[in-house]
Design a protein around this ligand. Structure first.
Ligand code: ATP
Ligand code: MG
Length: 394
């Protein structure tokens, strides 16, 4: 009987710190939440005191699916399925036994938290806690109160129109609402690292454009499809992502023909950054993002990164720079990209790889190594051949 009155309660995170800009952040957050929950039905949204109430208007909405999706909206610190009740202690107590049963029957310890946003409610918070606690103990005599490490925290919130009761507060996706930090271009391969980098910067509020360099026939359609699949996973958090696929074969063949082998990778990375900067201008991206981590491979040593950075004036964000592979893998599993990333399709980075890549390149050497290339023309041709795709979440 009670299931129909379930709603979602979502707690805003860092947003609460945003002084005068707060409204802009809140508006974007709500827009993102709407987009996320819309496929499941019609909803009404109420916002008060850093909490959003998402109330289903459609009968039979899958509230568990909604909770899972809401858990992937950046900007919320926590969320819970809750039951909406009249602001009446008898109704609240009656709901305790039934609504909380699944959570409490399985637990050994609990505590009660109460929030009284409506100060006209006759009981104060400690009294609410005490009364609800007694009722819970009556219904589930095996339970013990543990205020420090409870297995279940029962929450009662008395708000303007309704009371809410829940016992399953989960951690939200955190971060800032997508779109509040502007837009940046993520250089995305099919590997483990770049999707994690995309997600991490998306979490800081950036809208993302993906840039993928493809070198057919050395790389296959399946390698590109892998990038689509990876971005679909990221898009569950960030919303739709524009993907620019850049034809890079000619560029790489020119490098192979005209550059010293030990500089192939550095020159290629500089070529990628040049193209990315060009595309960032066209598509109004204010920064570039890569999945590089210091020292991971030859092209990610300090010297190599300095050579790569030298070709662009845009800020280059490398959120993985200080992370171990193990930490990156953990995040990749968490955001569900790992299993896709380890599919074996080749990346253009693995085409023409030097046997002995330069690990301590100097900028002057890198510039000399690429001097024989028609750089402007190669960049222009690659950028002109871009194919645009829109990647939407699955
Ligand atoms: P990943 O696991 O993301 O493939 P990686 O550690 O294997 O990264 P590299 O292959 O050296 O490292 O690439 C470093 C970064 O360069 C990647 O994280 C990504 O940002 C970018 N990059 C590499 N290949 C491509 C590509 N084909 N298209 C776009 N960006 C790429
Ligand atoms: Mg890697």
């Amino acid at each position: 009987m009670l299931k129909e009155e379930q709603i979602l309660l979502l707690k805003m995170g860092e947003l609460a710190l945003k002084g005068l800009n707060r409204r802009t952040f809140e508006d974007q957050l709500l827009k993102n939440l709407r987009r996320q929950l819309h496929p499941l039905g019609e909803w009404q949204y109420n916002v008060s005191q850093s909490t959003v109430q998402a109330i289903p208007l459609t009968v039979g909405v899958d509230i568990d699916a909604a909770a899972r999706l809401a858990g992937k909206v950046f900007g919320f610190a926590g969320y819970a399925k809750a039951i909406r009740l009249p602001k009446d202690m008898a109704a609240i107590l009656a709901a305790c036994a039934e609504y909380l049963a699944p959570a409490l029957a399985a637990a050994q310890t609990f505590k009660v938290e109460a929030k009284r946003a409506d100060k006209s409610f006759p009981l104060r918070s400690p009294e609410i806690c005490e009364t609800v606690g007694e009722r819970v103990l009556e219904a589930f005599p095996h339970l013990r109160v543990d205020v420090h490490h409870p297995a279940v925290t029962v929450s009662v919130e008395i708000r303007e129109q309704y009371a809410f009761l829940h016992a399953d507060q989960q951690r939200g996706a955190g971060g800032l609402p997508s779109g509040t930090a502007g837009e940046a271009a993520i250089l995305i391969s099919g590997g483990i690292d770049s999707p994690v980098a995309a997600w991490m910067m998306g979490k800081r509020g950036l809208r993302l454009t993906g840039i993928h360099f493809a070198s057919p026939p050395y790389t296959s359609a399946r390698a590109e499809e892998k990038v689509h699949s990876l971005l679909r996973k990221v898009a569950v958090y960030t919303g739709p992502i524009r993907l620019l696929v850049v034809p890079f074969t000619q560029f790489q063949e020119a490098i192979r023909a005209h550059c010293p082998e030990d500089f192939f990778t550095i020159v290629m990375r500089r070529g990628m950054m040049r193209c990315a900067e060009q595309l960032a201008k066209t598509y109004e991206c204010g920064a570039l993002i890569t999945g590089e981590s210091l020292g991971q491979v030859a092209s990610q040593t300090l010297g190599a990164l300095a050579c790569t950075d030298a070709v662009t004036a845009l800020p280059v964000f490398r959120p993985l720079i200080g992370m171990d592979k193990e930490e990156v893998v953990r995040t990749a599993r968490q955001i569900d990209t790992f299993d896709i990333s380890i599919l074996p399709y080749e990346d253009c980075c693995t085409v023409f790889t030097p046997r002995h890549p330069k690990t301590k390149p100097r900028l002057r050497q890198a510039e000399e190594a690429e001097a024989a290339l028609e750089m402007d023309s190669l960049v222009r041709t690659a950028c002109e051949g871009v194919q645009i795709h829109w990647i939407t979440p699955i």
